[in-house]
Ligand binder design. Structure first.
Ligand SMILES: [Zn+2]
Length: 111
């Protein structure tokens, strides 16, 4: 079963939307990632708290970047016409699975 044009468009819109959303998130979280001012008068405990917050913000920033790269790669595959094929076994990935995880590179059995 090959994806129909309608299905392909539906998936591409979803991926594009997700890319736009992630880019906005990354942009708006830029402020949070600025280093903690060294001269900030805070106690040891609250400094640890801010460092932890910063660490968490960086982790989620990294996750967003990784997902963004994956989604942009998905758009490229759509352009090349290689989208929807499992990169492990070469079989076509079911539309239901692509709808759940549009950026997936593997079919359900290769998961
Ligand atoms: Zn597979």
């Amino acid at each position: 079963m090959t994806l129909s044009t309608d299905q392909m468009i539906e998936l591409e819109i979803r991926v594009q939307d997700e890319i736009t959303r992630l880019k906005n998130d990354i942009e708006s979280s830029g402020e949070d990632r600025k280093a903690i001012a060294p001269d900030r008068a805070i106690g040891r405990i609250s400094r640890l708290d801010s460092m932890l917050d910063q660490q968490m913000a960086m982790n989620s920033h990294q996750r967003r970047q990784e997902r963004l790269a994956l989604l942009e790669n998905t758009i490229r595959k759509m352009d090349y016409g290689t989208y929807g094929t499992c990169e492990r076994c070469g079989r076509e990935i079911a539309f239901e699975r692509l709808k759940e995880i549009p950026e997936t590179r593997h079919c359900r059995s290769c998961g």
